[in-house]
Design a protein around this ligand. Sequence first.
Ligand code: NAD
Ligand code: DAU
Length: 354
Amino acid sequence: MIFVTGGAGFIGANFVLDWLAQHDEPVLTIDKLTYAGNLANLADIEHDRRHHFAKVDICDRAALDRLYAEHRPRAVLHFAAESHVDRSIHGPGDFVQTNIVGTFTMLEAARAYWGTLDGEARDAFRFLHVSTDEVYGSLSPSDPAFTETTPYAPNSPYSASKAGSDHLVRAYHHTYGLPVLTTNCSNNYGPYQFPEKLIPLVIANALAGQPLPIYGDGSNVRDWLYVGDHCSAIREVLARGVTGEVYNVGGWNEQNNLSVVKHLCALLDELSPRADGKSYGDQITFVTDRPGHDRRYAIDARKLERELGWRPAETFETGMRKTVQWYLANGEWVRQVQSGEYQRWIETHYRTND
Ligand code: NAD
Ligand code: DAU
């Protein structure tokens, strides 16, 4: 069995769904179900006997110890985090608690469990920490892309808390020999992304006839990767990555925010035209910039390609089209997220063992 923390969130849920579509190895999803956790994301595997769910906070050491004792996993995929930069600016406390204290607690529980293993089980155990390119700070337009050796320079409470978690993971390998792997990935997009992040927010607002808010002048650059490609990179790193190593994951796809939003508007104009015949682009609105807004992120993913043969399967065009089609086909999912109804899913649909 594998443990997946944060498996009810955007990337974690995509990972769990893809994993069970490809492997018979069972999964235990460990998730506190914060506002970002949505069990409807796992509805397709609601009755799948290979999937188990525990509503547990990663800061709860006793609960983690019980899960290790009961399920004895061979690997942990650690996705759980507070993930939204804007929220970290308004309320950094939860970010320090979950991303730093939570990762510390996960490492302590993993170390204690790993200490009980011997032989092949001990050699095979892995703790894979899912992190972000934001820990490397901000690039100017002419800087080379981030590599695994770019010095850390986090600028937001979110990225600082993720940097803290990365340092702890590194230290647990160096000091205790815990078999860890770290991935630092660029911006993801795709199905089940919470509509507070740029791409799903723009799709939802466009369809609702609302303004499409662009921070500052829209020239900030991100390196976009389809979520399924991030999940395939994580599977490769888990299977063949070298313990103690860091792998950057990116889409080779830098775009500024205004072009991303215009691309979305063009897709929506084609796939779900406005009743008045006008373009969704008319809804674009420039708003006050995010404080400390990082100018540019770009990932150099050559190590992952060279050492593990990974490259993204989707282009920006194919990934964005799939994403827009998914949101158009899943209006009810968006409606339930926006109304808050999704938070009652657990009472009505799911058996848990918390
Ligand atoms: P998300 O916010 O959609 O999901 C986070 C999940 O973690 C939710 O299900 C939430 O309930 C759970 N969670 C939060 N606090 C918890 C706690 N204390 N205990 C247990 N569960 C808790 O996030 P995401 O976008 O899916 O990101 C997943 C991971 O990938 C994060 O570690 C993030 O830093 C990293 N990452 C995200 C991106 C991106 O573009 N979204 C890019 C690179 C890396
Ligand atoms: O780079 C990886 C990171 O990408 C992850 O570690 C984070 O968890 C994830 O949230 C994401 O962070 P960003 O801040 O880059 O993503 P977000 O979707 O919030 O914003 C993308 C860009 O769009 C950013 O430059 C800010 C801008 N933006 C965002 C929102 C929500 C807008 O212009 N308007 C908006 O309304």
